[in-house]
Design a protein around this ligand. Structure first.
Ligand SMILES: [Ca+2]
Ligand SMILES: [Ca+2]
Ligand SMILES: [Ca+2]
Length: 126
């Protein structure tokens, strides 16, 4: 799926299917639920917001601009903030354990909330 310039709102809930999404320029809002491993989401330019849930090994590219990544669950995928001041917020209901496959780069602010539960991060290959 490819969208043009302008502020787009995209929502995917495709079970275990694999999708490639590019939203290009504009301040886009991308809501990702149930996306299969190997799916890619590229926000392109602009200040994009990614709301992520129930996914594992997907790749999310913020691109240029100040992007926000929000999730209620630990991820096993890859988040690349790219240029700009990007933030990753994880509000987990229970203990927060990152999968060994989780990787991130270009994230300037990391905000973790677990309601008094432990956070554990295991080394992912960089
Ligand atoms: Ca964009
Ligand atoms: Ca960015
Ligand atoms: Ca960045």
């Amino acid at each position: 799926m490819i969208t043009g310039a302008g502020n787009d709102a995209v929502e995917t809930a495709i079970g275990t299917g694999t999708i490639a999404v590019q939203t290009n320029a504009g301040n886009d809002t991308i809501t990702i639920t149930e996306s299969g491993d190997g799916s890619t989401y590229d926000g392109g330019d602009g200040n994009d917001t990614f709301n992520v849930d129930d996914v594992s090994q997907i790749v999310i590219l913020g691109g240029a601009g100040n992007d926000s990544f929000d999730t209620a669950a630990a991820l096993g995928g890859t988040i690349i903030g790219g240029d700009g001041t990007d933030d990753l917020t994880i509000d987990a209901a229970g203990a927060l354990a990152f999968a060994a496959t989780f990787a991130m780069s270009g994230i300037e602010t990391l905000d973790l909330t677990t309601a008094d539960n432990p956070v554990s991060m295991t080394g992912a290959p960089c």
